[in-house]
Every structure is written in C-alpha cells, then in structure tokens.
Design a protein. Structure first.
Length: 233
C-alpha cells in the first residue's frame, strides 16, 4: 500500500521538529518544500495537520514554531489546578459569566432538582501559563450551595472551595468525551479558529452519598490538551 505523499512529508517534518527542539522556528514553507522535493501545497497540508495535532504552533505575523508538548489531563475527579501544577504549568482562569439561571429538564435531571429551580452557572476560560486551553461551564444547584457566590473566588479553584469551604466529599462521576467544532464565540474565547479540532467533555459528579454535585461542560483545544484514563478489568 502506498503512503500518501503529505503523510510521508509529515513524518519527515516530525523528525525535523525533534532536532529543532521546543520553541524553535520552522523554516519557511518555500524552503522546506524545495528541500523535501514536494509542492508548496503538499508542504502546507502537512504543516496544517501538525498544527492541528499540536506539534506546531502558528503565530500570526511571526511564523510557525515547534510547540510545547500537549498537557495530558487525567480523566478523574481531580482539581484542574492540581493537574496542571503537577505538569509544571501555572493554572489560571478568566471569568466569562457567573450568574443564576433556571434549570431546564435535562439539567434538572442531572442535578437531581426540579425543572425551574435556580442554578449557579459559572463559565470560565481555563489558562495554562497564561494561554487559553479550555472553556469550562459548571452548573450547581442554588438550593444545595446557597452561599457559593459568597465563598468562591471566581478565578480560583472551584473544587478547593467545594471541599474546603462547603464540606463536599466527591464520590464518583461520569464523563463523556467527543470531538466537536467550536462555535464562533467559543473559538474567539479560546483564541482559536473554528477549523481547530476541539475535545468536548460532559461530566456529572456526585458526592459519597450519591447526591449530584455539578454538571460540567468543558471544551478543550485539541492542539493543546490530551486526556489519560487508567483502565482496569
């Protein structure tokens, strides 16, 4: 079976990136195409795929650079803050919205409340070393957490607040991962294009007594983040 030309070029580019090292500038597209003996269209396609894979980062007006390794997040009930710090990254959050809404049928079912009950909605851009990697929207019952707005620092760790300030003990959760295309608004918040692959996570968490704690929708840049799960028989 013959290997598509752009795939062969992509493989050679990966070898080049390993030699160049993290943060190094990629030579111009025209130079690489001549060196590899391929058309600029083929080279452009291979570079675009490496950008989508997170191996390269394109900076408008500056060029294309060897990217830092992807952040690998565990699929577990752990704090985003702790997970990032464990990988040597500085976590941060930008608050987009912190408001009260009413629960529709699906959300009410997820949180174990009645349709129309009030719900906290916290939407934040997740940062790693000051760069956006995800957009997280968390929903929590106002009846269960009436003082949340008073005790939570919106740019701080929600899990730390829930456990340390509100006495929550996380028990288990369900998480579904899928690939999606970002909306124009989401792409703008994540400083990305709509063509960039995104990973969407839906999570419902429960405490040790089986009561629902939160419903979370997290959208991550596919070029910056990957996920790891520990599987047992």
């Amino acid at each position: 079976m013959s290997v598509p030309l752009h795939f062969a070029v992509k493989t050679r580019l990966i070898e080049l990136l390993e030699r160049l090292g993290e943060g190094a500038a990629l030579p111009p597209e025209r130079t690489l195409a001549a060196e590899f003996g391929v058309s600029r269209w083929t080279m452009r396609q291979a570079i675009r795929e490496l950008v989508a894979d997170g191996r390269l980062r394109a900076r408008q007006g500056q060029g294309t650079f060897v990217a830092t390794p992807k952040l690998i997040q565990p699929l577990a009930l752990v704090s985003y803050t702790e997970a990032l710090r464990a990988q040597g990254q500085t976590p941060g959050r930008e608050v987009v919205a912190f408001e009260e809404i009413v629960a529709e049928e699906l959300l009410a079912s997820q949180l174990g409340i009645a349709v129309g009950d009030p719900v906290h909605r916290l939407e934040r851009v997740l940062l790693a070393d000051g760069q956006p990697i995800g957009l997280e929207t968390t929903y929590l019952s106002v009846a269960r957490f009436p003082t949340l707005r008073e005790v939570l620092e919106p740019e701080g760790s929600l899990y730390r607040c829930l456990t340390d300030e509100l006495g929550v003990r996380f028990g288990e959760g369900e998480e579904v991962v899928e690939t999606v295309i970002a909306s124009p608004r989401e792409a703008e918040l994540l400083r990305a294009t709509q063509s960039l692959p995104m990973l969407l996570l839906h999570r419902t968490s429960r405490d040790v007594d089986g009561r629902a704690i939160e419903s979370v929708r997290s959208l991550y840049r596919g070029d910056r983040v990957g996920f790891r799960a520990t599987l047992r028989p």
